[in-house]
Design a protein around this ligand. Structure first.
Ligand SMILES: [Zn+2]
Length: 452
């Protein structure tokens, strides 16, 4: 499940577009939108939750690395498909004017390359497949640095994350445990094929040193700013919808989502420097009461890459900056064909149909496989390299639930009348197949063209 679903914050507020204290419900979930602009940062900064002040000067190194047409295509068809306030990004013939801060009216000028032949090389720390040397056929991933990001925390945190349900006396289903299990099966397979594999987490403990109590004061301020003048401290009844207006609930989400994912990003960007991040998740449909969850017949697959920013997300100076930096790094050129290839391999292996988002308010279908969507998630935005975010299986579908209960095993077993591999192995095998296919093809092409 992505962090935009299931458990989200009910308040939608940003400095310019939406008045504070407006509560918006989007389909069955609530939409997260909190600005802590009046709480943190200097006067005039408009930053997302726990966001860092953008350093626009780092974009200098991207001068003349992109043509007008390519920039306009990525803005219009990938990153800003929901539109944006016209003063934020102005695309001219030779330059783009990017608003850094509306308060000070300062902007950054990006100069385009005149044409493809005069394009300067894109500076980046990760390596696209075509820049890797040709590989031996049995080691198609040789030299490739892959970081695995098993989604969520699991363990004792699973209930807090609301990534937990239990049917009767059966084994509780905790997404953070399932994703870690898949990562542990995946890593040795990728290493055999020549990849250098790292884990962003290898257990059920958070990366962030913060805990919910560290965010109580910030949670209180956010609630007050969003129209709850005297927020309650605690959740009294877990089924009370007003629990989201408590300091406890808000401080927990600040801990396990915002603080945790930002710490993972720091580790990724400053220490691991992978060529590719695989975010591993299991999807779900609304299950209602976690102690008496609804099981469904629906089961499906989709993958996400970064893009499809909402107009109100682009109002945040840090999000707009991170979007532009990501666009200029050209991560999309690598992650889209990779996601398409992995998606088709997963579809073949799992037999799952493509997911259709109930609304297209936050996503844009991209690529050619029917399974890949662009969406602005914290992880896909902040990890500064290609990121493929996998969302196979509905954990509370009758099939996936039975397979999760069956645990991991070798070979196949009959589950709900069908011979199936273990769900964990099927997941790992399908990702491996997709990666092998993508890198074998890309590196064979490099070999044919004489290498780099
Ligand atoms: Zn998830």
């Amino acid at each position: 499940m992505t962090n935009g679903e299931a458990r989200t914050v009910p308040f939608r507020h940003s400095g310019f577009v939406i008045p504070s204290s407006l509560v918006i419900r989007a389909s069955s979930f609530l939409v997260v939108f909190l600005s802590i602009f009046p709480v943190a940062g200097r006067a005039g900064d408009n930053l997302g939750i726990l966001g860092a002040r953008p350093r626009w000067s780092v974009l200098e190194k991207y001068q003349q690395t992109i043509t007008h047409d390519e920039f306009a295509h990525l803005i219009n068809d990938v990153y800003c498909t929901h539109g944006f306030a016209p003063d934020l990004i102005e695309i001219n013939e030779k330059t783009a004017r990017l608003l850094m801060n509306r308060y000070s009216q300062k902007s950054f000028t990006l100069r385009f390359a005149e044409d493809d032949s005069r394009r300067k090389p894109v500076p980046r720390l990760w390596r696209p497949a075509k820049s890797l040397s040709p590989s031996r056929p049995d080691k198609p991933l040789s030299g490739l640095k892959i970081a695995l990001d098993p989604g969520h925390l699991g363990g004792k945190w699973a209930k807090m994350e609301e990534r937990w349900f239990q049917v009767g006396d059966s084994q509780p289903v905790q997404e953070g445990d399932l994703t870690l299990r898949v990562a542990r099966l995946l890593a040795p397979r990728l290493r055999e094929l020549g990849a250098k594999v790292s884990f962003i987490r290898s257990g059920n403990e958070p990366i962030t040193a913060k805990r919910p109590d560290d965010f109580r004061e910030l949670a209180r301020k956010i609630l007050i700013k969003n129209g709850v003048p005297q927020p309650r401290a605690d959740v009294l009844d877990p089924n009370d919808p007003a629990k989201e207006q408590t300091i406890r609930w808000q401080s927990e989400i600040l801990f396990y989502r915002y603080s945790e994912i930002r710490r993972r990003a720091a580790l990724m960007n400053f220490k691991l420097h992978p060529d590719l991040v695989l975010c591993l998740h299991f999807n779900a449909e609304g299950w209602g009461d976690p102690n008496n969850p609804t099981l469904t017949d629906a089961d499906h697959l989709h993958l996400l890459v970064n893009g499809s920013y909402l107009a109100e997300e682009l109002e945040f100076d840090d999000e707009r900056f991170e979007m532009i930096r990501r666009l200029l790094s050209r991560a999309y050129d690598e992650e889209l064909p990779l996601a398409d290839t992995i998606a088709l391999a997963m579809a073949r292996e799992t037999g799952l149909p493509a997911y259709e988002y109930p609304t297209t308010n936050s996503t844009t279908k991209v690529g050619s496989s029917e399974y890949v969507f662009a969406r602005n998630l914290l992880a896909t935005r902040l990890y500064r390299c290609p990121v493929v975010y996998c969302e196979p299986y509905v954990m509370n579908s009758k099939d996936a639930f039975a397979r999760i209960q069956a645990g991991d095993y070798e070979g196949s077993r009959t589950i709900n009348g069908v011979e199936r591999k273990s769900i964990y192995r099927e997941y790992a095998d399908s990702v491996v197949k997709g990666l092998v296919e993508y890198y074998s093809k890309a590196r064979a092409a490099t070999a044919r063209s004489g290498g780099l």
